[in-house]
Ligand binder design. Structure first.
Ligand code: ADP
Ligand code: ADP
Length: 237
């Protein structure tokens, strides 16, 4: 489903990704672990098409993302086409990145009306259904400032899901939350995995990785240094 090959990224003189390869099959969950600064967030931003790799490929369902082959030449996509491809990749950030002047319902509707051109009434219906799915049916008309961190993060998950993405990327989705709110977000993610969503999750929640991931990859200094199913990965000193 999702495959990255030989991904390289350098900021200034810092080589942040040194040729990363991995594959996530349809319906699988991959957990990315590793020390701060090892490049986990960078690889998610590349896969979400928020930045371009210096080298390497990102393939989703066999299609190479971010570029277009025209007459044997590979050309970077323009903003418009990128925006369209991005909607197939749901991204959830550590900081929820909601619009504070919009209520939960309108935050979730926005991509449908603005990017997909869905009619408002239809978008509203789909957004309401998605908020119900993350347990927030009763909070649709609340603004972010009226919601807990855990609720805001669930709105952010609903906002990504409503676009019906092929894959969901999570960048430390619970790291900004008070400890007592972590569980409600992990529960939504676990349900999503059980429903068959293909997911890549950067997290420090090793219990979640152990229970939900099909495979765990350890990053260090811009490379994957170990990769194994959770049983194997966690079963050594
Ligand atoms: P992680 O998610 O594993 O903590 P990151 O991918 O955020 O790691 O960062 C990896 C390295 O890349 C760090 O050294 C960070 O300072 C650097 N980095 C990330 N983004 C940028 C950027 N936009 N400009 C310059 N350096 C960056
Ligand atoms: P609806 O979409 O329910 O038919 P509106 O189009 O009037 O109703 O939008 C309601 C929502 O849109 C509000 O809850 C708020 O999120 C946002 N909104 C609309 N107008 C404003 C405004 N002037 N200032 C801030 N937010 C607004």
């Amino acid at each position: 489903m999702l495959r990255v090959t030989d991904l390289h990224k350098t900021y200034g003189r810092t080589e942040v990704l040194k040729g990363v390869d991995f594959t996530v099959e349809r319906g699988e969950v991959k957990a990315l672990l590793g020390p701060s600064g090892s490049g986990k967030s960078t690889i998610l931003r590349l896969m979400a098409l928020l930045e371009r790799p210096d080298r390497g490929e990102i393939l989703l369902g066999g299609r190479r993302l971010g570029v277009q082959a025209t007459g044997g030449r590979v050309v970077h996509l323009g903003e418009r086409e990128l925006a369209r491809q991005r909607t197939d990749i749901g991204m959830v950030f550590q900081k929820f990145n909601l619009f504070n002047h919009l209520d939960a319902l309108h935050n979730v509707m926005l991509g449908l009306t603005q990017v997909r051109g869905v009619k408002r009434a239809e978008a509203k219906e789909q957004a309401a259904a998605m908020l119900a799915r993350v347990g927030l049916a009763e909070r649709a008309r609340h603004f972010p400032s009226e919601l807990s961190g855990g609720q805001q993060q669930r709105v952010a998950i609903a906002r990504a899901l409503v676009m019906n993405p092929s894959v969901m990327l999570f960048d430390e989705p619970t790291s900004a939350l008070d400890p007592e709110l972590v569980g409600e977000v992990l529960a939504v993610m676990e349900q999503l995995a059980a429903d068959g969503m293909t997911m890549v999750v950067v997290t420090h929640e090793t219990r979640f990785a152990r229970r939900v991931a099909n495979e765990v990859a350890m990053f260090d200094s811009g490379s994957i240094v170990e990769q194994a199913p959770p049983d194997e990965f966690f079963d050594h000193p």
